[in-house]
Design a protein around this ligand. Structure first.
Ligand SMILES: Nc1ncnc2c1ncn2[C@@H]1O[C@H](COP(=O)(O)OP(=O)(O)OP(=O)(O)O)[C@@H](O)[C@H]1O
Ligand SMILES: [Mg+2]
Length: 412
């Protein structure tokens, strides 16, 4: 079926374990209908960062080709995710005098610019400037000051920076795969878009996206982003723990983890066992499931404790009236909800993509949160598939800075 090009949006999640393309169509309710999904194993990504262009290009082509077959759409441009240890974020504030006594769009642009006048190391660029609140003549918690009267306009923002080289390698891989990158978003902000509700973001929530290579967090309060962080530890660490703990190959450890993985020993019966293939031609062994659960529980506790420490250090813990939402492949472990809740001392739910129509069943798994969120953000901010970047890698940052000005609309 032929589709109007400007109605089709594509999220491309370049993850450590898989590259995933979600094709969506904007629907009558201003939401999206999923019309295609394609996924391919990724071998050129380490801890969220492109380390091998050729294998990444191949995986992008494979994922996009399957999404195209399912949707009948020819994918020309995407909204891509960015992650990795190079991401830094912090809060900043800016202040300007209101020129005409009434706040205009240009005053808002200027105050955002003044908030972003911070020292950023060479080789790094601002990815996102997200307003938290505007303050007009001392009156705070203003979400949209345009049209209001006042003389002194302040803004508090959350700024995310990333390595230019990482973003360049994402656009380069896509360009080589014949696809233009229209925009780049921090992956946990994309996942948040897919799995969180507006209420949760309003009263305070922490999103934790546990992928294969990294575990990313984003804290929201009063509808705005207050903190983002990337932890370079993920599902692959659980696999490695099982590889050594159960003396088996990495491939078998991964299979056991997916099939039987449980992060709470209490949920495993004392007599339950698993068959573990050995290496070097030795016969398989029967191992108690609680041994496996013990290994996984230790790693899950470590990750949750790191997040607890981060929330306490940044004084965010008391902001989280809606608790924690976990997504990404790691949230699929049996017992993860209970374990995270007991370590963090907060309510925890598992987040799968919500509020999407069409082939919603196909993406009903936390591993698709980022790709669905990217497609949603593309639909919110993208103009059309016809707007294709020139293949010039600098173009994305230009686009990002243009978009910064639209954040106000997006997050409030
Ligand atoms: N049912 C499951 N139980 C336990 N772990 C699982 C399950 N399903 C997937 N995983 C793990 O989740 C991880 C993949 O998650 P996800 O697809 O969210 O990662 P990614 O986006 O490729 O990586 P990243 O976000 O770190 O770049 C892998 O380590 C995988 O083994
Ligand atoms: Mg991911």
């Amino acid at each position: 079926m032929a589709q109007a090009k400007d109605n089709i949006f594509v999220g491309l999640d370049i993850g450590t374990t898989k590259i995933c393309a979600v094709v969506a169509r904007r629907n009558m309710e201003d939401g999206i209908d999923i019309i295609g999904l394609g996924s391919a194993p990724s071998t050129g990504i380490r801890k969220g960062v492109v380390v091998n262009i050729d294998s990444t290009v191949k995986a992008i082509k494979d994922a996009v080709a399957s999404a195209e077959r399912m949707s009948g759409v020819t994918v020309k441009s995407v909204c891509a995710g960015i992650a990795g240890g190079h991401i830094e974020s912090f809060n900043s504030r800016g202040v300007v005098a209101v020129k005409s006594g009434e706040v205009t769009k240009s005053d808002v642009d200027r105050v955002l610019e003044s908030a972003s006048a911070v020292n950023i190391p060479m080789g790094y660029e601002v990815l996102h400037i997200i307003p938290q609140q505007y303050i007009l003549d001392g009156q705070n918690e203003i979400k949209d000051p345009i049209g209001m009267s006042g003389v002194r306009l302040e803004v508090e923002v959350h700024i995310v920076t990333g390595a230019v080289s990482s973003a360049t390698n994402i656009t380069k891989s896509c360009t080589k795969a014949g696809i233009a990158v229209e925009d780049i978003y921090l992956e946990q902000l994309a996942s948040s878009e897919a799995v969180l509700t507006d209420d949760e973001r309003e009263i305070g929530v922490c999103l934790i996206d546990g992928g294969g290579g990294t575990t990313d967090m984003a804290v929201f309060n009063r509808g705005a982003v207050y903190h983002t962080a990337v932890l370079q530890i993920g599902g692959n660490n659980f696999t490695r723990d099982l590889t050594s703990g159960l003396s088996t190959s990495e491939a078998e450890a991964e299979k056991i983890k997916i099939r039987e993985g449980c992060v709470m020993t209490d949920l495993v019966g004392p007599d339950e066992t698993i068959e573990v293939p050995s290496v070097g031609g030795r016969p398989p062994r029967t191992v108690s499931k609680s041994v496996m659960a013990q290994i996984l529980q230790m790693r899950a506790e470590e990750i949750c404790e790191l997040f607890l420490g981060e929330l306490q250090k940044k004084r965010l813990f008391d902001m989280l009236s809606a608790g924690v939402v976990m997504t990404g492949g790691m949230s699929n472990f049996r017992g993860m909800e209970e374990l995270a809740s007991s370590v963090l001392g907060l309510g925890v739910r598992i987040g799968k993509p919500v509020n999407v129509g069409g082939l919603a069943d196909q993406v009903n798994n936390p591993i698709y949160a980022t790709a669905v969120g990217l497609a949603k953000l593309h639909a919110k901010n993208g103009h059309s598939q016809n707007i294709i970047s020139s293949g010039n890698e600098d173009g994305v940052f230009k686009k990002v800075s243009e978009r910064m000005k639209d954040w106000m609309k997006e997050f409030f």
